[in-house]
Design a protein around this ligand. Structure first.
Ligand code: NAG
Length: 490
């Protein structure tokens, strides 16, 4: 297939996901990118503690901020453009990364099929998230001087790896085994490669990122260093939940691969059995094992952290499928393709379109409320912290408050309880303390239906105007529906 045709397929799939994927995945999609960009471009936007502490690089939000500022300059800053524009930009980058993946796999049809059907990549490929790093990582993999790739040893990937590492230092976990592999197979002298390439490129990228971040933060700061300090030394990640050590193996990794896990396991067996003829695949498998091992040591685990491993796993499985398909009958081919396709459409549809969509859908009515009467609108979100986006989706400077869940910075040992936990331990007490009877109440309270009976006191002064479906699997703090409750009278 021609590159252009393949790129068109990928663009269609990724752009479709912009509009089909309508659910909430993780708060960072909004709070670590769009919200920050909105603040830079429009002067209001909530900065989470990560930004106040300076553990994040501004590189990614600045891309969207440029886009937002352009819209502002053209007086074209429609909220829907602010919401969908960044996702379209991300989708285009993801589509380009898909093309790179295809070329990396040796231009095989199964490569197109595997990456285009992968449910988790469909689910995340147009989100403003670690998706950016996954796309860059895939582009770097395609530029990497793999064994047998030809005479010219292309070293451009080192630039991308350096950029990835300053954006999120954990990228080094995936890339250090690959860089070691590069040093093992390179035609250059190792010492000269390190001295003339690795070190200078790292220093240039690091200096540029320090400059960018220091300018954005307004003072000298090395964000990767602050990131490591907070996450490893102070272990703040654990505040956001911890899973057992085997979680990535038992749940995380199989889940993100979905049904592609089966060909991946078969491919792994083949690679291990014939390891002498698959040096590249073996290095990639080693990378997967190494990354999963290191990540398993960190108590805070999330599906999305594994995203950059997805293209690596799909590379291994799609090459296996290509070899297998040469000998397979047509019936077998179509059966396997159909099973893989259906096995991916299921989770894509349910998780992308049904599960957890209320907290995004609620932003539409809230925006209308805010536009209608910005002065008298005062939103209170009584939900787990960062359950919804905020100003990037409202695009109106109204007063809004939500329950925060900041980690314990003072290291006061013992009984630190964040605001959301305080609220949930006794909602009515928290409300009486924060909204005394003689003070003004918020104009709108946004909460899950499961909370409503627990705050019936204050609810007697509100009427529910919207009931928006959210999930079929409620938990103690997340209900079936999201409610908008409007204050009655003044
Ligand atoms: C947004 O509203 C807050 C509070 O009313 C105000 O202090 C701030 O200046 C406003 N920002 C902009 C850019 O309008």
């Amino acid at each position: 297939m021609k590159n252009w045709d393949v790129l068109c397929i990928f663009m269609v799939v990724r752009l479709a996901s912009v509009f089909l994927v309508q659910t909430f995945f993780v708060p960072d999609e909004y709070w670590q990118s769009l919200e920050v960009a909105h603040g830079i471009s429009f002067g209001y936007g909530y900065l989470t503690w990560e930004w106040r502490a300076g553990i994040r690089s501004y590189i990614y939000p600045l891309i969207f901020s440029c886009f937002y500022s352009l819209l502002k300059y053209l007086q074209f800053d429609d909220p829907l453009l602010l919401i969908y524009g960044p996702r379209i930009l991300q989708a285009l980058l993801s589509a380009y990364a898909d093309l790179c993946f295809y070329q990396w796999c040796g231009a095989k049809k199964w490569a197109v099929f595997s990456i285009a059907t992968s449910w988790f990549w469909f689910y995340t490929g147009s989100r403003t998230l670690i998706t950016f790093e996954c796309a860059l990582s895939t582009i770097a993999l395609s530029k990497f001087p793999w064994l047998g790739k030809g005479k010219d040893e292309n070293l451009k990937f080192i630039w991308i790896v350096a950029i990835l590492s300053v954006i999120r230092p954990t990228a080094a976990v995936i890339w250090s085994p690959l860089c070691v592999y590069h040093l093992m197979i390179t035609k250059y002298k190792i010492s000269s490669l390190i001295i003339t390439r690795y070190i200078p490129i790292s220093l240039i990228v690091l200096a540029a990122s320090i400059l960018l971040d220091s300018l954005s933060h307004g003072y000298f700061i090395v964000t990767p260093y602050e990131f490591l300090k907070f996450n490893i030394i102070q272990d703040v990640g654990t505040h956001y939940g911890s899973q057992p050590w085997f979680w990535y193996l038992s749940a995380g990794f199989p889940a993100i691969l979905g049904i592609h896990f089966l060909p991946f396991v078969l491919a792994t067996l083949v690679v291990i059995k014939h390891r002498s003829v698959h040096p590249n695949e073996l290095a990639l498998l080693g990378t997967v094992v190494f990354s999963l091992t290191v990540y398993s040591f960190l108590p805070h685990k999330e599906f999305r952290f594994l995203l950059p491993l997805l293209p690596i796993a799909l590379f291994i499985s799609s090459r296996f499928l290509s070899v297998w398909s040469r000998k397979a009958s047509n019936v077998m081919l179509w059966t396997v393709a159909l099973i893989l396709f259906v096995g991916n459409v299921g989770p894509s549809y349910y998780l992308g379109y049904v599960h957890q969509r209320g907290t995004l859908d609620v932003m539409g009515p809230l925006r209308e409320i805010a536009i209608k009467d910005p002065k008298n609108t005062n939103l209170l979100f009584l939900m787990p912290c960062h359950s919804t986006p905020l100003y990037s989706h409202l695009h109106v400077n109204v007063t809004a408050r939500f329950l925060t869940c900041e980690p314990n910075f003072n290291n006061t040992s013992g009984s630190y309880v964040d605001e959301a936990d305080q609220f949930y331990s006794s909602p009515s007490v928290w409300l009486r303390r924060n909204y005394p009877a003689n003070g003004t109440l918020p104009s709108h309270i946004i909460c899950f239906d499961t909370l409503k009976p627990m705050i019936s006191d204050i609810m007697s002064r509100y009427k529910t105007t919207h009931e928006i479906p959210h999930t079929n699997f409620p938990t103690s703090r997340v209900g079936y529906n999201v409610l908008i409750n409007e204050r009655i009278g003044n």
